[in-house]
Design a protein. Sequence first.
Length: 263
Amino acid sequence: MQLDVAGRTVFAGTGGAAFEPGRAPVVFLHGAGMDHSVWASPARYFAHHGHGVLAPDLPGHGRSAGPPLDRVPGLADWLLALLDAARIERAMLVGHSMGAAIALEFTARHPERVRMLALLGAALRFPVNPRLLEAARSGQRLAAELMTAWGHDRRRQLGGHRMAGLWMLGASLRLIETMAPGVLFADLSAVAAYEGGQQAARKVACPALVVIGEYDLMTTPKAGHELAALLAGCRTEIIDEAGHMMMIEQPDATLDALRDFLR
């Protein structure tokens, strides 16, 4: 599905069903260097179980026009324009990593537009390893290798894909490599500069869920619990044997956590 958002073309996956804004819409927001495809499993499930689904490619990512935005508040403003363009009055927001920061900031700014909030691989702050940031500045290959290595539990380094013969890290590596030059650096700059997490979390009043990968090295379980503690009435779910990319590493368990919460 294509939308016009602030004069630029935005592509959004709909889970294989026609998008209808009146069907309890769920909006999935991907992380740094990713696109809508990381949400394939939950997007398809919710689209065929009573929801209108939008999984947009953020500006400059995937099939959406650029340039990328390098600040989380700016991306939250963009999300407001996206909801308006899609005629969504209130949405369930699901964000992963950078997408979680966007969803959190947006919910604090526009509580009337959010029905429920699910944050995966999230934290109050997202410190970025200086080596990773420099690698993204100078070229995406090393940055992609670092992100895939740090983003997956060590059990997934050599295998673990649900489809025989497919390499989980290779798929993630290739996805990051397809990004246009400068996109990954903009993403990592955005999360590194974001300091509004604590203030935003205290403002959230809607039902919230924080999903934590048991072996997440990028947003640690401790950081996830610190975020959840500031969200009123927040639920937490720990995905066993998963790192930062839990929806890729453990898709069934991640979908179960989202399904049980959003329904």
